[in-house]
Design a protein around this ligand. Structure first.
Ligand code: CS2
Length: 493
């Protein structure tokens, strides 16, 4: 028997039954959305009715969509901790489609007057940032195609802009676009990208869309937090054991969850506070705290761990030298964050280590290490520049970049191991070519940073590239533990 409306045990259901109207279009039907926003939405709907069913849009893969259709759009969230696992079924999706198979449907759904919120979890990679500026990559072939508009849009920003254009032309009803990705000021960044797309359209179209954006669309900033690994067969077996039925697409997640967002919704919103979401105008301190202390340090743990042969984050951080580096990385990040008044910093940091050590969850080092070229840019440059401007070398941030480069663009003769090899990264080929062209590690690190991989400001500090190179040399010569020791002792400054 398969999970369905009839087979979901009432105890597992996260919100009451009843017909649900679609008010939210979500781009990016991956595990994170299904264990985060969907769970908050279920809590909101358990407390009060509303038209907050979610149409989930997967970008290319049909795996989750097909499975959800076989399961009447239900799936379990497995809350996994060393103390045990419990299964909950959110049941908030009212549709699931694959954008690549049904591209016109995405613009139509965003354009529908019944849609009040467009949310997205498309990862850092999904925003098509220019590799040099922090704006939209107007040279990217996919963006250019979306701007020509001779077919259905393929990029997320193109889909949103074209959907909003449809709204502007057909009814003009207000709407909220809510990024739930790990970008600093994710709402502001999304607004900027959509505006840049609009401004690049032919004159009258640009005027029309820019006018509608200014009049009727809000882009709240939000901080999202929950560690959600990829689904494994072991998770499917657990779902079967706990639910008594087959679920092909359960989502494992840690018990911890947090969502902080600005309450700037142009057309209403679910009562996500019923699931524990915090609404505040001042999201930035929460975002930076999370993006740097959690995500920035997470990257370091993933790269060092993979280089030390660790398949998972708990295994990686179980190495005392990796845990030491993580602790020092947090100290490197701290001067660049403002701790929100309701956060107890010591408890927050202690909790981070507990979360990373969740062995039952088994979050892959290759998963966290993937897409470093777009993730690190959100995590490293600003705190690094702040430290350098204050005359302090952020050794652990340099170590993060060094370990990243050793994983995805290793020098000839250095084998970073299977977990590094399994990391996907859009910059892999570019970095490998640069490595071959530049010869020495020092020249390679300088070229990577000068090339703007971590933005233009950090490129103005050649001493950072030099420290990255020194640590990468130690790493490839003597291994990750030696590099951690080198980064802990006073280096080039
Ligand atoms: C991780 C995040 O893969 C990564 O880059 O750092 O996905 C992290 O697990 C989440 O942001 C936690 O909220």
């Amino acid at each position: 028997m398969t999970l369905s409306a009839a087979t979901t045990a009432p105890g597992a259901l996260l919100h009451r039954r009843g017909p649900l109207a679609t008010g939210i279009v979500h781009l990016g039907l991956g595990n994170f959305h299904r264990a985060h926003q969907a769970v908050y939405t279920a809590a909101a709907l358990a407390a009060q009715d509303g038209p907050w069913g979610i149409l989930g849009v997967a970008s290319r893969s049909a795996t989750v969509v097909d499975a959800l259709h076989r399961q009447e759009l239900r799936y379990a969230v497995l809350e996994v901790s060393p103390e045990g696992t419990r299964a909950r079924v959110p049941a908030v999706h009212t549709g699931a489609i694959v954008a690549a198979h049904d591209p016109g449907a995405v613009v139509a759904a965003i354009g529908a007057a019944t849609t009040s919120i467009v949310t997205m979890t498309v990862t850092e990679h999904g925003y098509v940032f220019s590799p040099r500026t922090s704006g939209l990559d107007l040279d990217a072939p996919a963006v250019r195609a979306d701007l020509r508009g001779d077919g259905a849009p393929g990029t997320t920003i193109g889909q949103i802009a074209r959907g909003l254009q449809r709204r502007a032309r057909s009814h003009g009803a207000p709407v909220t676009v809510l990024s739930c990705d790990n970008l600093a000021a994710n709402g502001d960044q999304t607004a900027r990208l959509v505006r840049e797309f609009a401004a690049a359209l032919p004159g009258p179209e640009a005027t029309e869309l820019l006018g509608y954006l200014a009049r009727a669309v809000t882009f709240p900033n939000s901080m999202v937090d929950r560690i959600v690994p990829a689904t494994t067969d072991a998770d499917r077996a657990t779902a079967r054991r706990l639910l008594g039925v087959t679920d092909a697409v359960p989502v494992p997640a840690e018990p911890f969850t947090m969502w902080v967002l600005q309450d700037r919704f142009a057309a209403g919103r679910p009562g996500w506070e019923h699931g524990g979401a915090l609404f505040t105008d001042d999201v930035e301190p929460y975002e930076l705290l999370k993006l740097r202390l959690l995500n920035g340090t997470h990257s370091l743990i993933a790269y060092l761990g993979a280089l030390a042969g660790a398949a998972t984050i708990p295994e990686a951080v179980g190495n005392p030298f990796v845990a030491d580096a993580a602790q020092r990385a947090i100290e490197d990040y701290l001067p660049s964050v403002e701790v929100p008044a309701d956060v107890d910093l010591d408890a927050y940091v202690a909790q981070l280590f507990t979360r990373w050590a969740n062995t039952a969850l088994g979050h892959g080092t290759h998963q966290v290490g993937s897409d470093g070229s777009v993730k690190l840019r959100q995590r490293v440059p600003e705190p690094a520049v702040l430290a350098l401007a204050a005359g302090r070398m952020p050794h652990q941030l340099a170590l993060t970049v060094a370990a990243y480069l050793c994983c995805v663009a290793p020098p000839a003769g250095f084998d970073p191991g299977p977990h590094a090899a399994a990391m996907n990264d859009p910059a892999r080929e570019r970095l490998a070519a640069l490595r071959t062209r530049t010869g020495s590690t020092a020249a390679f690190a300088a070229a990577v940073l000068d090339g703007g991989l971590l933005g233009t400001e950090l490129a103005e500090h050649p001493e950072f590239a030099a420290r990255v190179a020194e640590l990468a040399e130690v790493l490839t010569r003597s291994g990750p533990r030696a590099a951690v020791e080198a980064a802990a002792t006073v280096g080039s400054r």
